[in-house]
Design a protein around this ligand. Structure first.
Ligand code: C5P
Length: 306
């Protein structure tokens, strides 16, 4: 094989229930992942040594050294098979960088799938999932796509049925937020409020709305669905204006996506999403707004050359 290109989806967390900090620094979660049709593409090509390029909006914020999550994915898969990670990785970004949509995790999942095909290593799915969990809490879901409940630090997945297509609009921000900082701010706000933090539990009504493909019922569960939202708003107060603009523009509901700063809005249908995206783009409260459907597929090979 002379090159392989894999397309991979971003995600929104329709529920992100966060428990207290664990001794290992992570938090137990009840994390309802939904893959959305905003896509990155990762192309791998044999090369004398591992190198990375990245193009697209926000590419200048993506590390191109050994810290790059896709590069780490190539390295751990190569080590797993006792070979050298001798590839060039070209990342074409469309998922917002550091946006709370797991773009880096998506690139890592795509790199695992692309390198596995390029090298002909045919790694069993369970082994790929284990390598993915070692790379980051969101990487196993990025390998799966669709919808899933993530427990533990988000890596223990149970696929979830989804009964229809949901129409989302994403308000993309200028600049990212650091996930560890958002978790730290969540802990700080809870400690300051002396809040009792219960063990995270999936919301049964929210799972039923997903299963039914019922946008109005899902919207009714989204207002307090993301425990990281108060922390993201505390670090980036202007996101309150973005959320208000989306609601004023007719969204069924809006929430911060994961650790932010992307805000996600649910629309009733495709025309509703297109109108909402246009109004949000013109609102001056975000860099741009994009409509995208969910659920979206896991990593898909779109090109491979012998
Ligand atoms: O697993 P990942 O490297 O993506 O996590 C990034 C950071 O987010 C962690 O270092 C941790 O600070 C925070 N995190 C957490 N609890 C989780 C997942 C992530 O505290 N379940």
């Amino acid at each position: 094989m002379s090159s392989v290109t894999v397309r991979v989806s971003g995600k929104v967390n329709v529920q992100l229930a966060v428990g207290p900090p664990r001794p290992d620094g992570f938090h137990d979660l009840a994390n309802v992942f939904l893959a959305v049709a905003l896509h990155d593409r990762v192309t791998v090509t044999p090369a004398p040594r591992l190198t990375v390029s990245c193009a697209g909006p926000g590419a200048e914020q993506v590390p191109l050294d050994g810290d790059n999550l896709a590069a780490r994915a190539a390295t751990v898969l190569a080590a797993h098979h006792g070979r050298a990670p001798d590839v060039r990785l070209d990342i074409a970004k469309d998922i917002p960088v550091a946006g709370g949509m797991a773009g880096g995790s998506a690139d890592a999942a795509a790199a695992l799938v692309a390198c596995d095909a390029l090298w002909g290593t045919a790694t069993p799915a369970a082994e790929l999932a284990e390598l993915a969990a070692g790379l980051g809490s969101d990487v196993p879901f990025a390998l799966l796509g669709g919808a899933a409940l993530g427990e533990g630090r988000g890596e223990r997945l149970t696929p979830l049925p989804v009964g229809g297509t949901f129409h989302w609009v994403f308000a993309l921000a200028d600049g990212g937020l650091s996930t560890p900082e958002v978790y730290r701010e969540c802990d700080r706000l809870r400690a300051a409020a002396a809040d009792d933090v219960p063990a995270p539990r999936p919301d049964g009504a929210l799972l039923a709305a997903l299963r039914a493909g019922d946008a109005a019922a899902l919207a009714a569960r989204l207002d307090a669905a993301n425990d990281l939202q108060p922390a993201a708003l505390s670090l980036r107060p202007a996101l309150a204006d973005t959320l208000a603009a989306g609601r004023a523009a007719g969204a069924l509901a809006g929430l911060v996506s994961g650790s932010g700063p992307t805000c996600a809005f649910l629309a009733a249908d495709a025309p509703g999403a297109a109108a909402l995206a246009a109004r949000l783009s013109a609102s001056g409260t975000c860099r741009t707004a994009r409509a995208a459907t969910a659920p979206a597929a896991g990593p898909t090979t779109i090109e491979s050359h012998a």
